[in-house]
Design a protein around this ligand. Structure first.
Ligand SMILES: [Zn+2]
Length: 554
C-alpha cells in the first residue's frame, strides 16, 4: 500500500472505522450527487476499487479468523459465533446494511440445526435382546424412536431385478424384511444378474436394496451382513466410528422417506428367522442350485420388537449477511458467498487438535470481506452498484451445505430476482498438480457455463482484462469424479436455476487437517482471485442487461 500524508489522515479516519478503505480521491463525485448508473463509466472506475482488495488486508483478516482462538469455527460452536461477530462487525464498519428483518441482529440469518445421536437401541426377539451399535447399525433415519413390534418376513437377497426378483408374489407392506447381503450366484459361481464374475449394485450398494424395500412398502430392511460375528464386526467397523458421533443436520421432520435400513449380524439374522446360522447360509446354495429365488424353510420370529432412539437437540447457528442496495436496478440481486464454518477441533488427536481451516474456507471468507469493502467504498464515492449486491458468509457448509440450503429455502431476497451467485471456496493454496510446477497463477473455474453462457463469457473477459489467471476447467467436466460442482454452497443456488461461478484452487496437503494454517496461505494468489470475483460481481451488477439463463448443464 503506497503511503501519503493527505491520505494518512483519510486512512486514520478510516482505520478508526475499520481496516484500510482504499483511495477516495478528489475526482470522486460528491456523494450528494446522483450515483453514476452508466455502465461504461462504472467499468472505468472498477480497477480503482479492485485495488483496495489487497494481500495485506486478506492476511490481516485471516490471521484473526483462522487463529487457534477461533478453534476451527465448527458449526454452532463458540468459535463459529466469534467469527460471525467478526464478519458482521466488518460489514457494519464498511457501511453495509444488515438486510435480515427477523431476529435481533439484522446481519444474522439465525436458524436452528439439529444435533443428534443414537440413544437407546435394541432388537428383541422374545427374551433375546440385541444391541444397537454392537449387533446392528442403522444407516440414515429410523421410525423406531420408541420400542415398537415388528412383523418380520424373509425376502432372500432383497433384490427386485428383471433377472432376479425376491419380491415376486410377496406383500411386505409395513413389514420388516430380512435379507442377505450380496447377490446370488449360479451353480458355476457367476453372479446371476451380471452373468459374470462382476457384482452389480445389488451387491455393492446397500441403497439398491433400501430402494427396493421402500418401493414394496416395507417399513424397514435388515441386511444380514457377513457370515460370522467377526466378519460382521470388520465389515461394519467404519459405520461404528461414524454412527457413534453426533451428526448435525437440518431439523428433522420425522418423515421417513425410505424404509429404515440396518446392517444386522448373522446371529441377529438367524434369530429373527427362527433358524441357525448354518441353515441361514444354506440358502445361497439353494439359490445357486436353482438359479432363481428359492423357497426358504425359515419361520420368522413372532415376538420381535425394535427401538432405535435418536436423541436430538437444537443447535442454533447463523448465516452472516451484508447488503449494498443498488441504484436503478436495485430489485435484482447479485450474491457473493463463501462459508465461514469449518470442522472445529478433535480432542483425540495427538499434538495439534485444531482444524484452523485457513484455506477452507477462511480464504474465501476474507475475500468476501474485502470484495464487500471495495463495493461499499465505491458506493460511498457515488459509484454504487446498479443492482443490489448481497455478501453472505454461510454456516454449516462442512455439515452438508446446510447454511446455503437454509438460505435457498428461506431467501432474504426472492430467488427469482437473484441474478447469480459468485462462490469462493479455497483460493489460498496450490493443489498437488500445481505444486509440481510451483505455479500459483491459476484458479479452477467450476459451473460458470452451466446455466448462463454470458456468465462464462464475463468471467473470461474480466480475467483477460484484469487478473490474467490461468482459468482451469478440469473440474467443470460433468463426468468429473470429484463432483466439486455439487460440493460447495453455489450448488444450492444452481439447483434453483440461478447461474453460478465457483472459484476453487483444488485439493492440497492439509485439506481438512490441522495443518491448514494461515502460515501456508499464498495471499498474492488469493488477492488475484478475490479481485477476479470482484470484477465479475461488478460487471454482473452494473451491466445494462441481466444475464439470461440459457442452459441447464450437469
Ligand atoms: Zn470448504
Amino acid at each position: 500500500m503506497k503511503y501519503n500524508h493527505l491520505y494518512a489522515f483519510a486512512l486514520l479516519a478510516a482505520m478508526s472505522a475499520g481496516c484500510a478503505k482504499g483511495p477516495s480521491t478528489s475526482s470522486a463525485p460528491e456523494t450528494a450527487k446522483a450515483p453514476v448508473t452508466d455502465a461504461a463509466k462504472l467499468a472505468e472506475v472498477s480497477q480503482k476499487y479492485a485495488e483496495t482488495i489487497t494481500a495485506a488486508d486478506l492476511s490481516e483478516h485471516l490471521h484473526v479468523i483462522a487463529s487457534d482462538s477461533f478453534a476451527g469455527r465448527d458449526t454452532g460452536s463458540k468459535g463459529q459465533k466469534m467469527a460471525a461477530e467478526y464478519i458482521s462487525s466488518h460489514f457494519k464498519e464498511d457501511g453495509l446494511a444488515g438486510p435480515v428483518k427477523t431476529g435481533s441482529n439484522p446481519y444474522y440469518q439465525s436458524f436452528d440445526l439439529e444435533k443428534s445421536q443414537w440413544g437407546q437401541g435394541h432388537i428383541s426377539v422374545g427374551k433375546e435382546k440385541y444391541l444397537m451399535m454392537k449387533d446392528f447399525f442403522v444407516l440414515g433415519g429410523s421410525p423406531y424412536q420408541t420400542e415398537q413390534p415388528a412383523d418380520v418376513v424373509f425376502v432372500g437377497y432383497g433384490i427386485d431385478d428383471p433377472k432376479f426378483n425376491d419380491y415376486a408374489g410377496k406383500d411386505v407392506t409395513g413389514k420388516v424384511v430380512v435379507v442377505l447381503a450380496g447377490e446370488p450366484k449360479d451353480a458355476s459361481g457367476n453372479f446371476i444378474i451380471s452373468g459374470s464374475d462382476k457384482a452389480s449394485d445389488w451387491g455393492n450398494d446397500y441403497r439398491s436394496k433400501r430402494n427396493a424395500a421402500t418401493e414394496h412398502g416395507a417399513k424397514a430392511v435388515l441386511i444380514v451382513t457377513g457370515t460370522s460375528d467377526a466378519e460382521f464386526n470388520s465389515l461394519t467397523e467404519r459405520y461404528k466410528a461414524r454412527a457413534g458421533r453426533p451428526s448435525i443436520g437440518m431439523k428433522s421432520t420425522g418423515d421417513q422417506a425410505t424404509a429404515a435400513t440396518m446392517f444386522i449380524s448373522p446371529v441377529v439374522g438367524a434369530s429373527l428367522l427362527g433358524t441357525t446360522m448354518d441353515k441361514l447360509f444354506d440358502y445361497p446354495e439353494k439359490v445357486a442350485a436353482k438359479g432363481a429365488p428359492a423357497v426358504s424353510t425359515f419361520t420368522a420370529a413372532k415376538d420381535v420388537k425394535i427401538q432405535t432412539e435418536r436423541v436430538a437437540e437444537p443447535l442454533s447457528t447463523e448465516n452472516v449477511l451484508g447488503f449494498i442496495e443498488g441504484t436503478d436496478k436495485k430489485d435484482e440481486v447479485v450474491v457473493v458467498t463463501a462459508h465461514y464454518d469449518h470442522v472445529g477441533t478433535d480432542s483425540t488427536l495427538v499434538g495439534d487438535k485444531i482444524y484452523n481451516g485457513a484455506n477452507d474456507d477462511g480464504s474465501g471468507t476474507v475475500a468476501v470481506l474485502e470484495v464487500a469493502e471495495a463495493f461499499a467504498q465505491a458506493k460511498k464515492d457515488g459509484y454504487g452498484p446498479r443492482r443490489s449486491v448481497l455478501f453472505m458468509t454461510v454456516t454449516g457448509e462442512e455439515k452438508g451445505l446446510l447454511g446455503s440450503e437454509y438460505y435457498s429455502e428461506n431467501p432474504v431476497f426472492p430467488l427469482e430476482n437473484t441474478v447469480a451467485d459468485v462462490n469462493i471456496d479455497m483460493i489460498g493454496r496450490m493443489d498437488y498438480e500445481h505444486e509440481k510446477t510451483n505455479d500459483s497463477n491459476y484458479i479452477y473455474v467450476i459451473g460458470a457455463d452451466k446455466l448462463s453462457s454470458e456468465l462464462d463469457q464475463i468471467n473470461t473477459a474480466m480475467n483477460e482484462k484484469y487478473t490474467h489467471l490461468k482459468l482451469d476447467y478440469t473440474f467443470n467436466d460433468e463426468n468429473d469424479p470429484n463432483r466439486f460442482y455439487y460440493r460447495s454452497d453455489h450448488y444450492n443456488f444452481a439447483k434453483n436455476g440461478i447461474p453460478i461461478v465457483f472459484y476453487f484452487n483444488g485439493v492440497h496437503d492439509d485439506y481438512h487437517k490441522p495443518g491448514d494454517e494461515v502460515e501456508k496461505i499464498n495471499f498474492e494468489s488469493a488477492q488475484k482471485v478475490a479481485r477476479l470475483a470482484f470484477h465479475v460481481a461488478w460487471e454482473l451488477a452494473n451491466r445494462d442487461n441481466r444475464i439470461v439463463v440459457d442452459s441447464n448443464k450437469k
